[in-house]
Design a binder for this molecule. Structure first.
Ligand code: F6P
Length: 534
């Protein structure tokens, strides 16, 4: 399936910047604009031939059929026998969605209404602790039960008008201890968010939070809520049914922010703004389902990813949002992309013949510029970059900051593409008075190879609607890449082995069982911890 692309990749050495000279309309032709979002992929080595070979992958992989199967509730998560219907959670104005012959939209709407009533009550104080209205909310969850809501909460800070919302995920007691410091246990609501309600980190944190609340005079019976698919287990934990928000197993953890897992977001920004977030996601769904491949934002973003990773072999992808409030987006995307497409076995059980998805990493601009951009510009590896930037910020009084931010974002993609030649470096230094061997030596350090690819996603302003579009865009991008690779993007067996071994090592680290039978390194590390631990 990749033969033609491999041939095209080996073809030649036309620099990206030269593609612009040859085609003045390149930026217009190699970009997609929809719903106010613009994806510019013209600063890559994709040309007409590459584009048609990439588009051919959509047909060859049966993308249209897989997409229809996902939206219509077919159990496309074959290793777990589940449908994949996070799109139903944002199908606010859409028609029925059947799973096993039953329309699930009634349940989705009912849960959303319950969440709305609960969030509104917490916000206006009609749902309160015995000591008074809630001042703070702590969401305890990990992975998909944390990263989505924590990212969205940070992104939508200008829309917060509810109680303060905090997140505890790490089983490291430091996370809980630092979070509760300064909070009133009598006025704090704790939401235990766990799809399975068995995740050891979450349950450990939940029990310790309950002890903190009890010790401080709070009332866990009225100050705990839960979000889970395991309603029997939430009951056993002592959370009354009216404060439990369930969701079905056809919502994967890393795709779950659109439903009850988004409850802390809804409490922070209110049901109306949360609905705007859902509508943004729904708008992207409509676009993804209807637009032709070449005008389809998620498809084109995915094809850029395939080109860079599976065809050109670049192992990582940097996500660089020029938006401080998207600082947690790279972490969110690490789970979304790497837990979904970090797989070496194809859907049919065979070994994947191409590379799995890339390592995804990044940081908000401009901070990254002063940390790792050195390597992106002058290191030996090529790292495709995905820049993100809003045309407008939320701080009209600080508009000069925003302009500087935008200028930096655009400058970086230009610099990566253009580079600086040895002659240009020489001219620069000779203008500063350097001559002879010293000029030659110094000039080499100031060369930028350039020709480094990037795409830029531009959006009008980071509103709830736009954020919904962006999150759904990335979800569908992951789906498209997974279909082209022929893998199941919706399971995560790769996290299981470590979990099992951690469970068996628990009593060993506690000192009540011996490490006999473990490898020499593990035995030595256990020994160190037992000798030095408290
Ligand atoms: O890391 C594995 C994982 O299963 C994720 O997929 C999931 O988001 C996370 O653990 C948390 O699971 P739960 O919501 O069941 O606590």
């Amino acid at each position: 399936m990749f033969d033609e692309l491999t041939r095209l990749a080996a073809r030649g050495t036309t620099r990206i910047i030269d593609l612009f000279d040859a085609d003045p309309d390149r930026a217009g032709r190699f970009s997609v604009e929809t719903g106010g979002l613009l994806l510019d992929y013209s600063k890559t080595r994709i040309d007409d031939d590459v584009l048609s070979a990439l588009l051919a992958l959509c047909e060859a992989s049966g993308l249209a059929g897989r997409r229809a199967a996902m939206f219509s509730g077919v159990a496309i998560n074959e290793t777990e026998g589940r449908a994949v219907l996070h799109t139903a959670l944002r199908n606010l104005d859409g028609g029925p969605v059947d799973v096993d012959g039953r329309d699930v939209m009634g349940d989705v709407r009912e849960t959303l209404d319950r969440m709305g009533r609960f969030a509104a009550g917490v916000r206006d104080g009609t749902i309160a602790a015995p000591a008074g209205a809630f001042t703070d909310v702590i969401n305890i969850g990990i992975g998909g039960s944390d990263l989505g809501p924590v990212m969205v909460t940070g992104a939508l800070a200008p829309y917060h008008d509810g109680p303060r919302v905090h997140y505890v995920s790490n089983v490291d007691g430091a996370h809980l201890a630092d979070t509760v410091k300064g909070l009133d246990p009598r006025r704090t609501l704790v939401i235990v968010a766990s799809k399975s309600f068995t995740t050891i980190e979450t349950m450990t944190n939940a029990r310790s939070a309950r002890e903190w609340m009890e010790a401080g005079g709070g009332d866990p019976a009225s100050q705990f809520a839960a979000v889970s698919t395991a309603l029997d287990k939430t009951g056993d934990f002592g959370i009354p049914e009216e404060r439990v928000f369930g969701f079905a197993d056809w919502v994967g953890g890393r795709y779950s922010v659109w439903g009850p897992i988004g409850l802390p977001v809804m409490i922070a920004i209110g049901p109306e703004d949360f609905a705007a977030f859902l509508r943004g996601g729904q708008a992207m769904d409509g676009h993804f389902r209807a637009a032709p491949w070449e005008a389809n934002l998620p498809v084109m973003l995915a094809l850029c990813g395939i080109w860079h990773r599976q065809v050109l072999g670049y192992p990582t992808r940097a996500v660089l949002p020029y938006e401080q409030r998207l600082a947690r987006l790279p972490a969110y995307l690490q789970q979304l992309e790497m837990e979904s497409n970090g797989k070496r076995v194809a859907m049919d059980g065979g070994t994947l013949e191409v590379s799995s998805g890339p390592i995804v990493w990044g940081e908000a601009g401009t901070n990254g510029q002063h940390a790792f951009y050195q390597l992106i510009h002058q290191g030996t590896d090529i790292i495709p970059c995905e820049f993100m930037v809003g045309a407008e910020g939320h701080e009209p009084d600080l508009i000069h900051h925003h302009r500087l931010l935008v200028a930096n974002c655009l400058a970086q993609s230009e610099a990566l593409m253009r580079g600086r030649s040895l002659d240009e470096a020489r001219a620069l230094l000779s203008g500063k008075g350097l001559t002879g061997p010293e000029l030659e030596r110094q000039a080499r350090h100031r060369v930028f190879p350039g020709d480094r690819p990037s795409v830029t996603l531009a959006y009008p302003k980071l509103t709830p609607h736009v954020l919904g579009q962006i999150v759904a865009l990335y979800e569908h991008r992951v789906f498209v890449e997974g279909v082209i690779l022929g893998i199941n993007s919706f399971d995560q067996w790769g996290v299981e082995l470590g979990k099992e071994l951690a469970t068996s090592l628990g009593p060993v680290v506690e000192g009540v069982e011996s490490a006999t039978g473990k490898d020499g390194s593990t035995v030595a590390l256990v020994d160190y911890v037992l000798r030095h631990g408290g």
